[in-house]
Design a protein around this ligand. Structure first.
Ligand code: SF4
Length: 152
């Protein structure tokens, strides 16, 4: 088996905003009714099986929907499990793609300390971003300004 990056959608297609162009959020009925959340048991099995492939480099890519709906403790647990089931020879990477709505100091501190590659989905400058992301759009740009991040 060749090494690969594992793409994980722990909250399925659930999202906390409703972009007008989203092709995915309203797929929830395809996956069954109700809230979509990965259980602790599935998380542990997923991490254990992947780490035990023995690849030198293992990559976890978290996305959604909106993966931060899982809560910060879920990702702390994921990192603990990666250490538990991995070996010291393995190089572990985590990437997360988020709309940024729920991010705060605690999330950012965690991503920094655990060396997550953080991707925040932005549609462009504020006037364009707000056209299709009609909910919470201002919060997104407030976050960027408060954290001295600049859209380029
Ligand atoms: S942030 Fe992504 S998943 Fe959420 S509604 Fe927008 S496009 Fe869909």
């Amino acid at each position: 088996m060749k090494p690969f990056t594992l793409l994980i959608k722990p909250s399925g297609s659930d999202c906390n905003i409703d972009c007008r162009y989203c092709f995915y959020k309203h797929r929830s009925p395809d996956a069954g009714k109700g809230r979509q959340r990965m259980s602790d048991e599935v998380l542990e099995k997923l991490v254990a099986d992947y780490m035990q492939t023995g690849f030198d480099v293992v990559g976890f890519a978290w996305q959604g929907g909106e993966p931060t709906l899982m809560g910060l403790d879920f990702f702390k647990r994921a990192v603990e499990l990666q250490i538990k089931y991995g070996t010291t020879a393995q190089q572990i990477s985590n990437k997360i793609q988020t709309n940024g709505i729920l991010l705060d100091e605690k999330w950012c501190r965690f991503f920094h300390d655990k060396k997550f590659l953080l991707g925040i989905s932005i549609d462009g400058p504020e006037k364009f971003h707000n056209v299709y992301r009609v909910e919470h759009a201002d919060e997104m740009f407030d976050f960027l300004v408060q954290n001295d991040l600049t859209y380029v």
